[in-house]
Design a protein. Structure first.
Length: 555
């Protein structure tokens, strides 16, 4: 009976992991590639040293790139679901390692609560629902594994730590933080073993130096004196938002944006409470450094927080979703070390269950809101790329889905020529024409904008009037009706009078996303629409106070 009770937290953890894995895969089922994923898909498909080791921003991303290359060759590019499965596995492994880490210090039940809070940590929705974050999760997962391996304090543990630290670094330069943590762990050990264990840090550090000399020195950097001076406040805000998120209070219920107010209050209360515990512990001195397991993970956490602060720039604010995930892991690990030796009885368990429920419930709402954000981006991405494919016969290979055209800043790595090369080899994530016809209106709107620019639709206006009007439709003064037009040149005569507006739509319904400069009265405008891969007509609406004539192609 006692053995069964001891295993119950493990059973409950497995159940929680299965439930969260299922939930994440359901939420991610209809999402597509996002943001930085396109940089890899467009520019790093070849198995070359530069593709693997060229920095992304300031990060080494060799292993995420390698994973993407393998997934492309096995599953293609139609869906990121295979990468989502790998990401989910990494999230589960990280939670399991955190469970082991916390259990060693304060027991299985607190470890269960820590792991479940991390699994359902909705404020980190970017990490939980963006397949590109395999790099971020992999670095933390193998970093935690390295700290656990070092606690063995034997040759096998040290060898495992070298492997785990190297893998952590290969996923992201976040691994540098864990290399520093490993150095502190070794420095706290017996002096006579320092030299024998130095290779644990020396090998991954040498790998980082080699990468930096070969590729990393060209990495983008935002290190500045301003960032260094502002780092303490940045870190304080980063930790406050992460702590608030762990308690389900990290996001404003009115704006849906990160809110550090509650986190600050909770962080102060935790610091005071833990300070009291530490004071009591220090009144009963024990041999050696107090809280020996604390310093490696505290060093890794501090390195991560301050390196993040030193490289801050717009878009990398302290409350960023992905930063909250790392903060949650480090805060839970640090708390476990500070509470080491504290016994948690049934009364603590009774209190912890409702507190955990109160934290998890709002965080699941935040996770769902995060999924809605990614779905909105998916609609835009699949519609924009569908428009590219429809316009393939005439679009320039250098055509870019920049923010002004794409309607989102996350597709700037997509150029038409490289995109077609990738889709020819690995398949397309875009909507088909029939899917685009029934897509949400935001996607159809943006597809019309991209199509008009990519084809492109040409417009010219000259003074005068039409000669022959055979086959032309005359619309008298007053409300005008839209006219379906196909490929070719459509001529529009605007009688003398005020200027007319000339707008187009194709897949959009009830709105005209393609708005031209219009035409003055007493002019003839020619709209030339190239043929493309869709049979859907364009719909032309000319708004004018006077009579107009519209001559479709061939008219």
């Amino acid at each position: 009976m006692e053995r069964r009770a001891l295993n119950l937290p493990v059973v409950l953890l497995i159940c929680a992991m299965a439930a969260v894995a299922g939930l994440l895969l359901i939420l991610a089922a209809d999402l597509t590639f996002f943001g930085d994923s396109w940089e890899t898909l467009m520019n790093r498909r070849d198995f070359t040293a530069d593709a693997l080791f060229a920095p992304h921003n300031e990060h080494l991303v060799a292993l995420p790139v390698l994973i993407t290359q393998i997934v492309l060759r096995v599953f293609g590019m139609s869906s990121p679901m295979p990468e989502f499965v790998i990401l989910a596995a990494g999230l589960l492994a990280t939670a399991a390692l955190l469970f082991v880490y916390v259990r060693r210090r304060i027991g299985p039940w607190p470890a269960l609560f820590a792991a479940v809070l991390l699994l359902a940590f909705g404020p980190a929705f970017e990490v939980l629902l963006w397949s590109y974050e395999i790099g971020f999760v992999g670095a933390i997962c193998f970093g935690l594994a390295s700290l656990l391996a070092l606690e063995r304090e034997d040759g096998r543990g040290d060898l495992l730590a070298v492997i785990f630290l190297s893998l952590s670094l290969g996923f992201s330069t976040l691994g540098v933080s864990f290399i520093l943590g490993a150095a502190v762990a070794i420095a706290l050990g017996p002096r006579q073993r320092w030299l024998r264990r130095a290779y644990v840090v020396a090998i991954p550090a040498a790998l980082f130096v080699a990468w930096y000399l070969g590729w990393g020195h060209d990495a983008e950097s935002h290190l500045s004196l301003k960032n260094v001076l502002a780092a303490p406040r940045f870190v304080a805000e980063e930790v406050a938002v992460g702590v608030g998120g762990l308690f389900g209070l990290g996001t404003s219920p009115t704006t849906g944006s990160p809110d550090p107010v509650w986190g600050r209050a909770i962080l102060v209360a935790l610091v005071v409470g833990i300070g009291v515990l530490v004071h009591r512990r220090l009144r009963k001195p024990e041999p050696g450094l107090p809280f020996p397991g604390l310093w490696p993970v505290a060093a890794a956490a501090a390195a991560n927080w301050f390196l993040t602060a030193f490289n801050a720039f717009p878009g990398r604010d302290p409350a960023a979703s992905r930063y909250q995930y790392a903060t949650a892991v480090f805060v839970l690990a640090i708390a476990a070390n500070l509470l080491r030796g504290v016994r948690f009885d049934r009364r603590a368990l009774v209190i912890a269950i409702p507190l955990a429920a109160l934290a998890i419930a709002p965080n699941l709402v935040v996770l769902k809101n995060g999924r809605d954000f990614f779905y909105g981006q998916t609609v835009i991405t699949r519609a924009d790329t569908a428009a590219l494919e429809i316009a393939r016969e005439t679009v320039s290979p250098d055509f870019q889905l920049n923010p002004e055209v794409a309607g989102a800043p996350t597709l700037i790595d997509i150029f038409a020529g490289e995109y077609f090369t990738a889709t020819d080899e690995y398949g397309s994530p875009a909507y088909s024409v029939s899917e685009l016809e029934s897509a949400p209106e935001a996607g159809r709107h943006q597809a019309d904008v991209v199509l008009a620019t990519a084809l492109p639709i040409a417009k010219s206006t000259e003074p005068g009037s039409l000669g022959s009007t055979a086959g032309c439709a005359t619309q008298p003064a007053g409300p005008k009706q839209e006219v379906a037009v196909g490929p070719g040149t459509t001529r529009i005569e605007v009688s003398p009078g005020p200027a007319a507006s000339i707008d187009l739509r194709r897949f959009a319904a009830g709105e005209y996303p393609v708005q031209t400069e219009g035409a003055p009265g007493g002019t003839v405008t020619e709209l030339t629409i190239p043929a493309d891969r869709a049979t859907n007509p364009w719909y032309l609406l000319v708004e004018a106070e006077q009579q107009i004539r519209i001559c479709p192609p061939g008219g």
